[in-house]
Design a binder for this molecule. Structure first.
Ligand code: SF4
Length: 374
């Protein structure tokens, strides 16, 4: 039994109907519930009707729930790109195997240099990112990388190709705390259209990855959809369903959700289902009301002004002064970036902006240590 067996019971497009037909009564019921919100409640919160008539109320409740659970702490993390090598063909990504550019896999010495540059920035929470290249950057490679990076970070996250349960268990022994694996889209037909070749074309294997993470006892699992690939309302209802499933089956595991909006990438990709700023604000509030314990993460894909506006609403983790190219902290500008950065402020500028909003940047995992920041 896995989440795959659960999701195939649904016609995902019926979620759109649930969202479009949400009434005032549905929205008000979702807003007055303190716990145990279901997918129907979540659908009501992301409806156009909720945005037009209840957004202020949603924002107030979202802020209140966030302060109550996380205090004023925002956890600062930084991505460290290990390789831009990738054997998959994803239509929306600069690292896709069909894009011709120089590929790199960082060696131990280069990783150490990157870690030293990152440490200079003040970070203690590192997210290791890679393309999917099982032979040159598979579990043996990660098993060598983790002990190096662990010398520089007390909290270690990964966003790499899906692995097996025993491989996650091995990496946990080496200090791995958190793994993010985004389904990109939960809609199988759309998934097929955007994942043309490579192991990532296997929808089911990717969808079952959080199950393997839960069984391996990883502390925190990050899930989400790449907003813009398919109708974001349908995909986010599927994410909500996934959260309920993971809460039920792996109750010791913490969960985080990210909501990256698609940007144009190398290869000429343009998002088919763009999402407005107002819809993204609404979505952040809806996630917080749906599950007050969720970590909500926002990256430098979003602009400085947008991040400053939404962080107080419910965000618990963010990055700053990030590079999305391997070796980018020591030799900036030499390789291709996976996606373009829209907030290029320094760490100190972002920390100052948080301060103005009454928030405090913490350079390790805020969910485990927010009490220290109060
Ligand atoms: S999204 Fe990931 S798997 Fe797909 S091409 Fe980019 S790096 Fe490779």
């Amino acid at each position: 039994m896995s989440f795959y067996d659960e999701i195939i019971k649904y016609d995902l497009d019926s979620f759109r109907h649930l969202v479009d037909n949400a009434s005032d009564k549905d929205i008000e019921r979702a807003l007055t519930k303190d716990e145990n919100l279901d997918v129907k409640d979540f659908a009501a919160l992301i409806s156009d009707r909720a945005r037009v008539r209840y957004l202020k109320h949603m924002a107030q409740k979202s802020m209140m729930l966030t302060r109550r659970r996380f205090g004023r702490a925002v956890s600062m993390y930084v991505p460290l790109y290990l390789t831009n090598l990738c054997t998959n063909k994803c239509t929306y990504c600069g690292f896709s195997a069909n894009n011709k550019f120089k590929r790199t896999v960082l060696n131990s010495e280069q990783i150490q240099q990157e870690c030293e540059a990152i440490k200079e920035l003040g970070y203690d929470n590192i997210l290791l990112v890679s393309g999917e290249a099982q032979r040159r950057a598979g579990v043996d490679y990660f098993a060598k990388v983790l002990p190096i990076v662990k010398n520089y970070a007390s909290y270690l996250q990964m966003e790499v190709q899906p692995l097996e349960t025993d491989e996650y268990a091995l990496l946990k022994e080496l200090g791995l705390d958190s793994v993010s694996v985004y389904q990109e889209t939960y809609h199988q037909e759309c998934y097929k259209q955007h994942h043309l070749a490579g192991k990532k074309a296997d929808y089911r294997y990717r969808l079952e990855t959080p199950d393997r993470l839960g069984m391996a006892g990883i502390d925190k699992i990050g899930i989400g959809a790449l907003l813009g690939l398919y109708d974001w309302k349908v995909d986010c209802c599927a994410v909500a369903l996934h959260i309920l499933y993971l809460r039920e089956h792996y109750w010791k595991t913490r969960l985080s959700v990210s909501f990256p909006r698609l940007r144009p990438a190398t290869g000429g990709f343009e998002p088919q289902y763009p999402m407005t700023d107002a819809q993204t604000v609404q979505l952040i509030c809806a996630w917080r009301i749906f599950d007050p314990q969720l970590d909500l993460t926002i990256s430098t894909r979003e602009s400085a002004s947008f991040r400053d506006m939404v962080v107080p609403l419910g965000i618990t983790a963010m990055s700053a002064q990030s590079s999305t190219e391997p070796g980018g902290y020591t030799h900036k500008g030499q390789e291709l970036e996976q996606w373009s950065i829209n907030d290029d402020r320094s760490v100190s500028e972002v920390v100052a902006a948080l301060h103005i909003n009454g928030l405090e940047a913490v350079f390790h995992d805020a969910s485990t240590s927010y009490f220290k920041a109060l």
